[in-house]
Every structure is written in structure tokens, then in C-alpha cells.
Ligand binder design. Structure first.
Ligand code: NDP
Ligand code: GDR
Length: 363
């Protein structure tokens, strides 16, 4: 007999959510989801010298122009007083802590900042809830990551697989994971970790490998770029669609008891295979024989190649293999991914082809 899901689709409305990292990929999909469900959504965005809200502009209505349930506030995970004030003013039923310096390779260049924002930033938000006496009033979701598994201990990776972080990013997220568990145990908070495996979309940041590939495919097709330079082609990732994963986040928060959950597809693929599938979308095949590094570890290429390796993209320590086991989420939350890797690649390439065509028309 299947275990009974302690999860209900129906929530008393209106509920209020506070989302950090609202301008990011997941922030955009989650805002859309919660607004569709009738929530009041408060998003925290960083001040930037250029507009940084392109992913969520379609959700925003100027309050001067009419009623809205979507509000944006300036804030930063490195600023405790700001976070306390935001929680005090918005009185959220649910907080989704999605904000982070989320790029693994960049974390080797900015390790201290990454620890501050991704690790201590999580503590600051939890403390804001506690200082304001909202331990029972506010549920807390932490964006934990499959990067916690790092150096392979076992596959597939589940909620019980030991962690072995391999980057400043993962080490900071490890602190965030455990401080979330600690606040749950110490103060009885509904504080949860979603251990999410890689999830992508047309909104994915341009420097993550999937989007870098799909943008390059589109640009190469239109003659806007000649070669795509990548690092480790043999790394394996469990790639899903961000749209599916934000639904999982919401289900995690609605579950009666606060727990930690893996969201994954249960399928793993090499970066090399992702490249092949993406180029297939424009009818091109990769000849890998001309692709490699020379004895000095420099980029080596013979003739005109679509893809070349540039060791600048190698990481000091790599995560070789991620493959998640989403059995717990499937059984107790009724959550499952609905988009295959092939569909994901097709959607991302199609979107980037449109963007490249617009770019070419404006050149
Ligand atoms: P993005 O990089 O797309 O978005 C990160 C968001 O955090 C952006 O809104 C960014 O703002 C904001 N941010 C960064 N630093 C700060 C700060 N100091 N204070 C406030 N906001 C900040 O990430 P994703 O949407 O892909 O991921 C969401 C979360 O999930 C992240 O925590 C990530 O580490 C985690 N995660 C992601 C996975 C994935 O595959 N996508 C898998 C597992 C975990 P700005 O727009 O101004 O840069
Ligand atoms: P990851 O994503 O490190 O898994 O973190 P990323 O797309 O950056 O790398 C995936 C794999 O591809 C290899 N790779 C390259 N990566 C990038 N960015 N650029 C390249 O040119 C390149 N060439 C090869 C990498 O070495 C790696 O093995 C993402 C982020 O969203 C994290 O925030 C999140 O926690 C994890 O996913 C789960």
C-alpha cells in the first residue's frame, strides 16, 4: 500500500509569500505559480545600475495603475536589518529563500561573498523570523542543492546520501542546509530543505552550461558566433525543467510536517550529450575528433569546429556525477517531473533561436 500523502492542494486564501531571489530563474517561475494560486507575493530584488527584472516584468502591475498582488522590495541577504524589516512589514505565511550567488565556478573566485550571501544569509532570514516571534506563523523553504553531494558517495542520491561539498558554493549551502534543520529542531519551525537537482528553462542564466549551449546553437545557426567554448564535457547532471521544480517547492511547504526532500528526474546525462541534442535541433552533428586539449592543457582544435574545449572553464574541484532519487517526493508529495531532457533542450533552443533572430534583425 502506498504511504498516505500528508499533503493538501487546498490552502486558505489569501496567503502571503515572501520570495528572495525573485529576479532569478526560479523566482520568476515561483512568482507566477503562487500568483496563479491566489497568493499575495512579495519579492526581494537587489538594487542594480540597470533594470534587472526582465524575468518578472510581465507579472508586475504598477500599484498606481490598479490593484496588484505582486510587490517588489529592495533587499539583500547580506543586510540583516533589511531582512528583519521586510519580514516585519510583509508578515509572510511562507518564505522561499531562493536568493544566492548561485554560480559554482564563480564561487571559487568569490568564496567569502558566497559564504556570506548563501550561508549566513540563510541564518539572517531564520533569525529575522525568530526575532519577530514568527516561528509558528511563517513557514521557511531553503533552496538546497544536489551540489551538496559533491564527490560521489553513492548513486542515485537521496535524502539519506552523505554530503561531500566540492566548492565554496556547496560548502556555503551545506551551512544553510544544516542551520535550516537546526532551526526546525530547536524552535519547532516549519523549516524545510528542497535538495533540488539541476533545473533549467529558457529563463536560465546565460552562463550556466545548458543556456550557454542553447544560446550558442542559435547564434551559430545565424552566423552570429563561430565556435562554442566549453569546459568539462564528461560531467553528468540530472536535468529537469524549472517549471516542474517550483511546483515541487510549493508542495514541500504545504506538507504537514517540515522535512527535507530531493527533487530530481532520476535520469542523468553528460554535458557532451546535451551539446549533441541541442545541435541536433538545428540539424547539425558534432565531430568530436577535432575537440580536445593539448599536452600543456591548452585549447586544441583542428580546423573549423562547432565546439572546442577551453580549460579556463575547468573547475578546481568538479562534481562528476549527479543522479537523484525522487522517490520520497513522488510518494508523499505526489510530485513528478513532467518535462523530459529532450523536451527541455527543444524548448530552450527554440526560445534562443527566436531571441537570436530578433538580435540579428536589430543589428
Ligand atoms: P539565479 O542565479 O537565476 O537567481 C539567483 C537570485 O538570487 C537572483 O534573483 C539574484 O539577484 C539573487 N541574489 C543573488 N545574491 C543576492 C543577495 N546577496 N541578496 C539578495 N538576492 C541575491 O538562481 P536560480 O533561480 O537558478 O536558483 C534559485 C536558488 O536555487 C538559488 O539559491 C540556487 O543556488 C538554488 N538552486 C538552483 C538550482 C538550479 O538548477 N537552478 C538547483 C539547486 C539549487 P540578481 O538578479 O540581482 O542577480
Ligand atoms: P552546476 O551548473 O555547476 O551543476 O550548478 P553549470 O551549468 O554551471 O555546470 C554544469 C556542468 O557543466 C560543466 N561545464 C560548464 N559549466 C559552465 N557553467 N560553463 C561551461 O562552459 C562549462 N563547460 C562544462 C561544469 O563543469 C559542470 O560540471 C547549477 C547551479 O544552478 C547551482 O546553483 C545549483 O545548485 C546546481 O546546478 C544544482
Amino acid at each position: 500500500m502506498r504511504p498516505q500523502a500528508k499533503f493538501s492542494e487546498s490552502v486558505a486564501l489569501p496567503r502571503t509569500a515572501l520570495i528572495t531571489g525573485v529576479t532569478g530563474q526560479d523566482g520568476a517561475y515561483l512568482s507566477q505559480l503562487l500568483l496563479n494560486k491566489g497568493y499575495i507575493v512579495h519579492g526581494v530584488k537587489r538594487r542594480a545600475s540597470l533594470f534587472n527584472t526582465s524575468r518578472i516584468d510581465h507579472l508586475y502591475t504598477d500599484p498606481h495603475e490598479g490593484p496588484t498582488r505582486f510587490f517588489l522590495h529592495h533587499g539583500d541577504l547580506t543586510d540583516s536589518t533589511n531582512l528583519i524589516r521586510l519580514v516585519q512589514e510583509t508578515k509572510p505565511d511562507e518564505i522561499y529563500n531562493l536568493a544566492a550567488q548561485s554560480h559554482v565556478q564563480v564561487s571559487f573566485e568569490t568564496p567569502e561573498y558566497t559564504a556570506n550571501a548563501d550561508g549566513i544569509g540563510t541564518l539572517r532570514l531564520l533569525e529575522a523570523i525568530r526575532i519577530l516571534g514568527r516561528e509558528k506563523a511563517t513557514k521557511f523553504y531553503q533552496a538546497s542543492t544536489s551540489e551538496l553531494y559533491g564527490l560521489v558517495q553513492a548513486v542515485p542520491q537521496s535524502e539519506t546520501t552523505p554530503f561531500y561539498p566540492r566548492s565554496p558554493y556547496a560548502a556555503a549551502k551545506l551551512y544553510a542546509y544544516w542551520i535550516t534543520v537546526n532551526y526546525r529542531e530547536a524552535y519547532g519551525m516549519h523549516a524545510t530543505n528542497g535538495i533540488l537537482f539541476n533545473h533549467e528553462s529558457p529563463l536560465r542564466g546565460e552562463t550556466f552550461v545548458t543556456r550557454k549551449i542553447t544560446r550558442a546553437v542559435a547564434a551559430i545557426e545565424l552566423g552570429l558566433q563561430k565556435t562554442l567554448y566549453l569546459g568539462n564535457l564528461d560531467a553528468k547532471r540530472d536535468w529537469g525543467h524549472a517549471r516542474d521544480y517550483v511546483e515541487g517547492m510549493w508542495r514541500i511547504v504545504q506538507h504537514e510536517t517540515p522535512e527535507d526532500w530531493v527533487l530530481a528526474t532520476g535520469v542523468t546525462t553528460t554535458v557532451r550529450r546535451f551539446v549533441e541534442l541541442a545541435f541536433k535541433e538545428i540539424g547539425r552533428e558534432i565531430n568530436w575528433s577535432g575537440v580536445g586539449v593539448d599536452e600543456q592543457g591548452r585549447c586544441a582544435r583542428s580546423g573549423d569546429v562547432l565546439v572546442a574545449i577551453d580549460p579556463v572553464y575547468f573547475r578546481p574541484t568538479e562534481v562528476d556525477l549527479l543522479l537523484g532519487d525522487p522517490t520520497k517526493a513522488r510518494t508523499l508529495l505526489g510530485w513528478e517531473h513532467s518535462t523530459s531532457m529532450e523536451q527541455l533542450v527543444a524548448e530552450m533552443v527554440a526560445s534562443d533561436r527566436q531571441a537570436a533572430a530578433r538580435q540579428k534583425a536589430n543589428v
